[in-house]
Design a protein around this ligand. Sequence first.
Ligand code: NAP
Length: 232
Amino acid sequence: MAQMMKVCIVGASGKLGIYMVQHALDRGYEVVGVCRERSVEKLDAFKGRITVIPGATNDRDVIKRAVAGCDGVLVVLAPMGVHQYASGTAQAVLDLARPGARLVFSCGWHITRDGKDVYSWKIKVLVNVVGRLARLARVVDLDDQVEACRRVFASDTRWTVVRGSDLEEGESQGLPVWSRHVGDPILKSNITQRVDFALFMVAALANDELVHEAPAIVGRKTPSALAHAAGK
Ligand SMILES: NC(=O)c1ccc[n+]([C@@H]2O[C@H](COP(=O)([O-])OP(=O)(O)OC[C@H]3O[C@@H](n4cnc5c(N)ncnc54)[C@H](OP(=O)(O)O)[C@@H]3O)[C@@H](O)[C@H]2O)c1
């Protein structure tokens, strides 16, 4: 594939988004970031180095302007609010990115592509109980993230859905390792540095082996990843 030149980061002002902006700039990519108007100042450190398009990420006019001419689009699917924010965002990107563009979406392990993921009781409780309570409180809507991913999986664009484990802040361990299914022993440690989640997203833009995959990731220096590498 020709070298990636211009990428759009949808949800650039969040924790994951800011790390993705940095990784993209490190690779010499031209960056266009989209974030809510009130969050633009969170990108001040990048002033003059990226283009910021303020607006709701599920606003099709905003996305249309932002993805124009982009070879790749990185999308933070945030399960925020209860107004089809994530699914509206995903749909706009799927419809409006140029044909052939590389599209990389973020979500959590709770998203399943083929129903073959095996979840611990902790994740089940988190999704069922906490997810329901959060929806009632109208702050988080996991179902909307599920719907967003369903639309991505059904699309014939060149997508990857990166499924994050629990996250923490800390020094990079390098590119996370991944598996097609949660429940694989390699993932057991269930922790990734947030900076490395971002690294995996940005690296996926140039990795065609990840097209039409939904990798579940884990930190490469976690005990479960190291045990796998040692062949245990
Ligand atoms: N946190 C975890 O442990 C975890 C685990 C697995 C997977 N993930 C996945 O990782 C990704 C990002 O997670 P993160 O923890 O690193 O968070 P993050 O980067 O801070 O992302 C939060 C995003 O949600 C937006 N947002 C917050 N409140 C909003 C609202 N009311 N309406 C619209 N947008 C709103 C933020 O935009 P503003 O900057 O405008 O506020 C930001 O873009 C998501 O795809 C998530 O599913 C997270």
